[in-house]
Design a protein. Structure first.
Length: 249
């Protein structure tokens, strides 16, 4: 593992189980780009850096594997997930199914005050455009916050649970896109989210569906273009000698 990843592993307060603490630290390091897509994660190095036994590290990696943030290869090791075209298609198709249901229930069940939460997030997006410290990471955070709130105010608990199960992979996909093709989407994001809020507030289900579909389709097509133009492959495919994996370390 590279030096910059070692610096990302800090001692954490012991308020949760050790494995949850380690998983939280590694998750944050993956999602902020300190641990890069395709980078090998070595249990022994993490254990030494955090002064822990390897048991909690192994359990933490299992948690992250369940979230789709790392992948394990028998006898080869564990790697930060690098999402492919197939992954992108599955994530976006599942995301659209979840959020379309969220739109239906939000229009049917959410109060005007709840919908105002979405409007406030879009206002934040717009206001931050004029500031010098508004990064694409910040924009991604507000984007994901908007869609989480949409799922929450729908009042559909399983929709929200489904979004939470997918959220880390969506963020990882956006991170991968920024590495491959760093397009500035901040201003465009304000417009598309604003149009969705207007449709929701009017309780116009057809317009809300069309707006959400177009928003996600545009994001997906940009993602696909980035992955294709860089000819991205998984960090390990089929049989390989261990030396062939060094390029991902």
């Amino acid at each position: 593992m590279t030096d910059n990843s070692d610096s990302a592993l800090q001692t954490m307060p012991f308020s949760r189980t050790l494995s949850e603490q380690v998983a939280s630290q590694l998750r944050r390091s993956i999602l902020n780009g300190q641990l890069k897509p395709g980078q090998r994660i070595v249990e022994r190095e993490i254990a030494d850096g955090m002064r822990l036994s390897r048991g909690p590290i192994r359990d933490a990696l299992k948690l992250l594997e369940n979230e789709g943030l790392v992948v394990r290869y028998a006898h080869r090791g564990t790697f930060v997930a690098w999402l492919t075209l197939h992954d992108a298609e599955e994530i976006y198709s599942m995301r659209e199914a979840i959020e379309m249901l969220a739109v239906d229930y939000t229009i049917k069940c959410a109060s005007d005050a709840q919908m105002a939460e979405l409007d406030q997030i879009v206002n934040q997006m717009e206001q931050r455009l004029s500031t010098t410290d508004y990064t694409q990471d910040d924009a991604t955070g507000l984007d994901l916050q908007f869609h989480e709130v949409l799922c929450r105010i729908s009042g559909h608990d399983r929709v929200l649970s489904g979004w939470h199960s997918l959220q880390a992979q969506v963020r990882l996909l956006l991170l991968t896109h920024r590495i491959l093709q760093p397009v500035d989407f901040r201003e465009r994001g304000v417009d598309s989210h604003r149009r969705l809020v207007i449709a929701l507030q009017r309780r116009d289900i057809a317009q809300a569906h069309e707006t959400l579909h177009q928003h996600l389709a545009d994001s997906y097509e940009t993602m696909v273009s980035a992955i294709r133009s860089n000819n991205i492959q998984p960090p390990f495919e089929g049989e390989a000698e261990s030396g062939e994996l060094e390029k991902w370390a």
